[in-house]
Design a protein around this ligand. Sequence first.
Ligand SMILES: Nc1nc2c(c(=O)[nH]1)N[C@H]1C(S)=C(S)[C@@H](COP(=O)(O)OP(=O)(O)OC[C@H]3O[C@@H](n4cnc5c(=O)[nH]c(N)nc54)[C@H](O)[C@@H]3O)O[C@H]1N2
Ligand SMILES: Nc1nc2c(c(=O)[nH]1)N[C@H]1C(S)=C(S)[C@@H](COP(=O)(O)OP(=O)(O)OC[C@H]3O[C@@H](n4cnc5c(=O)[nH]c(N)nc54)[C@H](O)[C@@H]3O)O[C@H]1N2
Ligand code: SF4
Ligand SMILES: [Mo]
Length: 669
Amino acid sequence: MNRGQMQKFRHVCPRNCPSSCTMTSYIDNNEVKHITGDPTHPYTMGRLCAKGFSYIEQNNHKDRLKYPYYQKVKGSGDFQQITWQKAYELIINQLESIQRQFNSFLPLAFYKGTGNIGIHHDVTEKFFSSLPNASRVIGAPNLLNRPEKFPPLWQKGLTHLEEITDASHIVIWGANPAVSDIHLTSFLIKAKMSGVQIIVIDPLYTKTAELADVFIQLRPNTDKDLAYIIMQALLEENNHDPSFIKQHTSGFTQFSNLLRSMDKGMAVKRCDIPTEALEQLFASLKNAEAISYVVGAGLQKYVNYQESIQAIESLAAIRGDVDKKGAGLFLKYHRPTLFSNQNTETSSNHTRMVQLNELGYYTTPNQSYPIDMLWISCGNPLVQEVDPASLKKAMADISFVVTVDRFMTPTAHMSNLILPTTSHFEEMDIIVNTWHQQIALNEAAISPYFDSKSEWNIMTDLALQLKAKTQILTDFPIYESEEAYLNAQLNDELFEPYNINHIDNLKFHSSIGLYETERPSMLKSNQFHFNFSSELEEDIRSYKLRTKEYPFWLLTPHHPYTLNSQFHYLKLSDEKEATIGIHPEMAARLNIVEGDIVRVFNEQGAIQIKAVYSHRVPKDIVMIYQGWYPDTYVTVNTLISGWKSHFKDPSSPSHGFAFYDTFVNVEKI
Ligand SMILES: Nc1nc2c(c(=O)[nH]1)N[C@H]1C(S)=C(S)[C@@H](COP(=O)(O)OP(=O)(O)OC[C@H]3O[C@@H](n4cnc5c(=O)[nH]c(N)nc54)[C@H](O)[C@@H]3O)O[C@H]1N2
Ligand SMILES: Nc1nc2c(c(=O)[nH]1)N[C@H]1C(S)=C(S)[C@@H](COP(=O)(O)OP(=O)(O)OC[C@H]3O[C@@H](n4cnc5c(=O)[nH]c(N)nc54)[C@H](O)[C@@H]3O)O[C@H]1N2
Ligand code: SF4
Ligand SMILES: [Mo]
């Protein structure tokens, strides 16, 4: 059968990726035969990444889980294939035992990762918040929480990224879109070809840096200093926008006085930027008409990340790079919570919030309500979270761990019950993207793979059995279909910005954007307040940590051919093997030659990994891509501690973690 005769369905890639590509599947005999990108999407325009094109392979991969499995001893690998009914019985027995023993569900904990960002998957949160008092385990939010449901209006905010090509300058700050946001990269290339200056600020010479007119290689976590240095120079040359400052900001007088008196020499020294590079930067930015700033996640993985962000916001405000054509601040935020079943993290039913890396404390028997059951959905925390060694120990101490996934990850392997779930070809969902903010419908095109079930299906089955067979009270709402459930999550608040009030509105559009018809002025509300932050004692911990014992900064950014711990099995490039990139001069000093297996260690842990020479890293940095390396059993995060950012976003239940404030030593073995 040729493609033209096949049935077509619309899909959205549900990974935690700034693109959320819409795509079309071609189905024959209940099988996905082809997938194509959807050319009508305004941001992705029909292009998929290599991972997106590999979805047929992923869907039928030999390692994909087909049936529910149970193992009595976690980590033993002694799996028994069981039926769903048996799985539900095991879960219900455990819930009843918790209720009997404690008369509370505090010993039950739920953790959700970011493996699938679809609204469908918030169903699990909804289920656990329907059981009174269940504990909520929170991992690293990794990105700023949005202060308002929609992007703050004084920031240009994510709604019309394609307008970035109207800028005179684009500053890519702590982001590597050539790897992590390929669709933005095509706008960057278009902009560059029409003469827009591209400035990249990163400690590593990345693929994105290769596109730059000016590349500023600074020492990690010194972005605040750099922003202050730039602002000091702008003020000296009266290169700021007094009328914007007057109309839309407060606190400028004090801020500018402190800025003028800042010791520039010290700041430059901390950033470790060569004078020539700074001169090039000033020359480029002088009299810039409209600057767009793209601020990535790389910046946000430090103990004092909010100071860097605030300093970059101040730079945009000082120049009035807000509402004019081509200018704007594009800041990566945590996923917006727009639908009715989202944001149960802060629901009043969860009386106990537990940081994942402190789980061990809550499993000790001297607690009044020790955690005794853990449910993991859409997450692979034994690979992706900080301090996996402590987490593994805590998981071993918990009587009953359930993981819902499509693959036998290290996390699933440390669980008692592993439940196989559907892919985006097999379930209905709505995806709202975190970056360009488009909303799109994902249709179910084929039936579930072997015995896998959608998460809505799993939670609904369980709720029905609880209601029918037990004394456990749950107000989990039952719908007759995934579509009815999804439709019920739409609410009035979505109507004005998206013009959506029924799931049918989504069926005839590839995607719907925020304020597609009339966009409110960016400056309608919210004055920006300048705040000069002098160095706090804790901020300099980063520098203090760099002792002789651990002289290398370890950066663990995102990999071009994986999406966090997913697509690990794709043999897309030889970079797939876990390697540590080290500057050849430092390697020589340590008597290491390319290909050697080296020991990388700090107070937190140690790993063994293959060394490769890299001119992309400065001499005092080493680089390992984050992710799951099943062939080599390297778990990079073993080296990363549970050191929290000292800023706590009031709208988030959790602190971020300082993933990139990590220091190591390297030795030949
Ligand atoms: N291919 C691919 N794409 C992805 C992902 C993936 O795993 N693979 N993951 C997705 C997810 S969940 C996210 S959050 C995003 C993350 O994507 P990005 O926003 O690009 O974030 P990172 O890869 O963490 O880091 C980006 C850059 O910040 C730099 N950096 C590190 N420290 C500093 C610093 O102190 N200052 C400055 N100026 N730069 C610094 C790093 O060297 C890196 O080049 O990507 C998404 N897209
Ligand atoms: N060292 C270091 N560590 C990092 C980072 C870093 O830069 N450096 N980045 C951090 C960042 S930004 C992020 S966002 C996190 C991401 O880490 P996680 O939140 O763990 O995300 P993933 O690895 O993408 O996916 C987790 C699991 O979800 C499963 N999954 C996929 N789809 C579904 C589904 O539909 N249902 C269910 N139940 N499961 C599904 C996948 O198979 C996978 O095993 O990692 C963080 N960890
Ligand atoms: S991983 Fe990102 S770029 Fe690739 S198909 Fe999915 S949404 Fe698109
Ligand atoms: Mo992320």
